[in-house]
Design a protein around this ligand. Structure first.
Ligand SMILES: [Zn+2]
Length: 773
């Protein structure tokens, strides 16, 4: 049955893969050929068999036939679906960008839009009626709705009148028929049904039970129980990502397995047995789906959660069959899942728990109590099974994820169950709900601590090539570890040795040979899409300019450079890609002083920087215009912003960028210009005040965006230009035109996305560079 699931998946891949590997005609031909082969095999087997019944077929033939049928069924389902999408009037109206009216049913809670356009909300909905080009259609087309802020209070499940413009979805987006931009106040035609209102009350009670506790715990409890992560601090989310704990924030099969497990333990305690347990378990699943919303990811989690539960209660064989059935059914319902990363991870994690979990548990149980063996085996098995796919998606392998999941796992069950109980009990006795909620937030506090500590470790994630050979090697390594691993932990002595190896691997980061080079004066750290620059001053000391989008990367960069004290920290402006790594620098390095931009925009970013500096007791000032600062042989001067610059702008981030602190650094005979995200108006103003500015090294403004005063940039005469930019960023940075212009002006252009961290070394003949890649 496990094989049948795989076959079904193969069918889904055939039809749903990007670019559709096969056209409809070829698929039909394949279907006919496979059916003929199947019929031939069956009839021959039947003829040979004495009795004319299915049971006389050899086992492998039954399996092969079942596989074939599953694959064909998913193939056909995929074709039917693709056909329906192609004929969907909403999709065809969208391809013309048509203005439409009609009705839609809201299927997710409205969420504020992230980023600069923060005055609107987005939500998913199903269009049930659409009018455009003089015709009206009754449809059921899922769309993504972009709406004004007045839609923030529209409730899930309600039917709303729509008036707006349809647009095509992004390439490769198959779960949506179109994007819909609506305007005006929402007109609610029908309120949500009683079930939705009831779950809304429960969700509100859940939030109320933990409302008196500090963030992020009070946000994380509803996220764990019902996938309700509205208002989660992006830094905490990033720490969870870095430590492989993100699956806890979304509704996942693991959460449901834990909830159901606890429910069944309680039921057994009060004497429920046999069929009663099954009914109770199913009721639990239905309640969970209603509570966490019938989004596709929730339904998927529900199915996987049930399979996981089967593995815990009935052991491997039945659970493998269950997983095969689950995969086949899910793919029949939605063949596009075959190429969805979330689906692959969810199936692999469940498969890992089902296939590897028992072996690891039994090995550990030889010398550990069974409950502890299980608590270690389940997350280890899930992590191992997911490792190759996670590496393919992120280009990283994380040992810390294994350890973090091991440490967090014991707290997940109690936090989820207590949070849910708190919500239920709080409906009747709010004080008792708060009491339970408080204990739930203690458990969550432990998980937050694990994520926070884990994200700061030197080897939080190791880069892994996503080339085919590298991934095959990693898969082979994982398979060997998965099968031989249980032997490595089957005795107390071996277990202890494995522990030591793991701890050393997590805590000790292998040095990069030759890094940092002797005589480095500037290092642009590879922190992804964002800035983090380090200027050498005296041994162990440095000036840091910006701290990147997350603490882990800048922390590792400073550790590699041997920087223990940051005499001066300059934050050029308050965008997340420049300030969100702050805790890594404030937390573990002595910081003398912080200089910031005078424009406190965006307000959230500025507020949290001011709060963090105050909490760390570090003095913070606006960067003094024309102010100079000296340490060792390094001298720096603030060139921008001038005191008269306006502090407000169009509010789309331009004003904040243009108020970036610009520094001229002089060290070892080199002149370096560090420009933050300075935009053309600021660049032009700088050109007016300092017409003769010439430098050796340029930090290219705004990650190499195409929006530059190219005449000024190329006129600086830099021989080395460094672009701080993340791989595959969504902004198209750096612009090829900017790179080309700098190169033709005689600069050597280095990029942190392809070169890794970049060190500039002062030499006899000017600047030279060394990179980590
Ligand atoms: Zn930036």
């Amino acid at each position: 049955m496990g094989l049948v699931g795989l076959a079904a998946w193969a069918g889904g891949l055939l039809v749903a893969a990007p670019g559709r590997l096969l056209g409809a005609g070829a698929v039909l031909l394949l279907v006919v050929l496979l059916l003929m082969w199947g019929a031939l095999v069956t009839t021959r087997a039947l003829r040979r068999g004495r009795r004319r019944s299915w049971t006389s077929l050899p086992a492998w033939r039954t399996t092969a036939l079942a596989c074939l049928l599953a694959m064909l069924a998913v193939l056909v389902a995929g074709l039917v679906r693709a056909d329906r999408v192609a004929g969907d009037p909403v999709a065809s109206l969208a391809s013309e960008g048509a203005a439409v009216t009609g009705r839609l049913v809201v299927s997710t809670d409205p969420r504020p839009m992230a980023g600069a356009r923060s005055d609107g909300v987005f939500l998913r909905a199903v269009v049930v009626e659409v009018s455009g080009r003089g015709t009206t259609w009754q449809v059921r087309s899922p769309v993504l709705v972009l709406a004004p802020a007045s839609w923030a209070d529209v409730r899930l499940g309600s039917t709303v009148a729509l008036a707006g413009r349809l647009q095509p979805t992004e390439e490769g987006e198959r779960s949506l028929a179109a994007m819909l931009s609506v305007h005006g106040e929402p007109v609610v035609l029908e309120q949500p049904g009683a079930w939705w209102r009831a779950t809304e009350v429960l969700r509100a009670s859940l939030r109320a039970a933990v409302a008196h506790r500090p963030a992020p715990e009070r946000v994380l409890v509803p996220a764990l129980v019902a996938g309700d992560d509205a208002g989660l601090d992006p830094r905490v989310a990033e720490e969870f990502r870095a430590t492989g704990l993100t699956h806890l924030l979304a509704v996942s099969g693991t959460n449901l397995t834990l909830l159901l497990g606890a429910l069944l333990v309680l039921a057994r305690l009060v004497g429920v047995r046999g069929r009663g347990l099954l009914v109770l378990g199913l009721a639990g699943v239905v309640g969970f789906v209603l509570l966490a919303r019938t989004e596709p990811s929730v339904l998927r989690a529900a199915v996987m959660g049930v399979v996981g539960l089967l593995a815990l209660t009935h052991g491997g064989g039945r659970a493998v069959r269950g997983l095969g059935v689950a995969v086949t059914v899910l793919l029949l319902v939605d063949p596009t899942l075959a190429t969805a990363p979330g689906f692959a991870l969810s199936v692999l994690a469940t498969g890992g728990i089902v296939l590897l979990g028992p072996r690891w548990r039994d090995a550990l149980a030889r010398w550990l109590p069974r409950w502890l063996a299980e608590a270690i085996a389940v997350p280890t098995a899930a992590q191992l099974a997911c490792t190759p796919v996670v590496a393919a998606l992120s280009g990283q392998v994380s040992l810390v994820a294994v350890v973090a999941n091991l440490l967090a796992a014991p707290a997940v069950g109690p936090a989820t169950v207590l949070g849910l109980l708190g919500g239920c009990v709080g409906l009747v006795w709010p004080w008792a709900g708060r009491l339970l909620g408080t204990v739930a937030t203690w458990c969550v506090g432990w998980i937050v601590e694990v994520a926070h500590r884990g994200a700061g470790l030197p080897t939080a994630a190791v880069d892994w090539s996503t080339s085919g050979a590298a991934l095959v090697a990693l898969t082979a390594l994982t398979v060997v570890l998965a099968w031989r691993g249980p032997r490595l932990v089957s005795t107390r002595a071996r277990g202890a040795a494995s522990c030591v190896v793991l701890v050393v691997a997590v805590l000790v980061r292998p040095p990069v040979p030759g890094w940092p080079p002797d005589g480095w004066v500037l290092v642009a750290c590879d922190v992804g899409q964002g800035d983090a620059l380090v200027l050498a001053t005296t041994p162990g000391h440095a000036v840091v300019v910006d701290v990147g989008p997350e603490p882990g990367a800048v922390g590792r960069c400073l550790d590699d450079l041997g920087v223990s004290t940051v005499d001066l920290l300059v934050l050029t402006h308050f965008h997340a890609d420049h300030v969100d790594g702050l805790s890594a620098v404030l937390g573990s390095h002595g910081v003398g002083e912080v200089w910031v931009s005078r424009v406190l925009d965006p307000a959230d970013g500025a507020r949290s920087v001011l709060a963090d500096a105050a909490a760390a007791g570090v003095p913070l000032h606006p960067a003094p215009y024309a102010g100079a600062w000296r340490s060792g042989a390094t001298r720096l001067q603030v060139l921008w912003p001038t005191p008269g610059e306006p502090g407000t702008g169009p509010g789309d981030g331009t004003a904040a960028n243009d108020a970036s602190v610009v520094l001229l650094v002089e060290v070892a005979g080199l002149r370096l210009l560090l420009t933050g995200d300075l935009e053309p108006p600021g660049q032009a103003a700088l050109a007016r005040t300092l017409p003769d500015l010439a430098v050796d090294v340029l930090k290219v403004p705004h990650h190499g965006s195409s929006y530059q005063d190219l005449g000024w940039l190329t006129g600086l005469g830099a021989r080395v230009a460094v672009v701080t930019v993340g791989e595959d960023n969504d902004y198209g940075h750096p612009a090829p035109s900017v790179v080309a212009a700098l190169e033709s002006a005689g600069a050597r252009v280095l990029r942190t996305d392809t070169d890794g961290s970049v060190a500039v070394v002062a030499g006899e003949a000017g600047p030279s560079v060394l990179t980590t890649r």
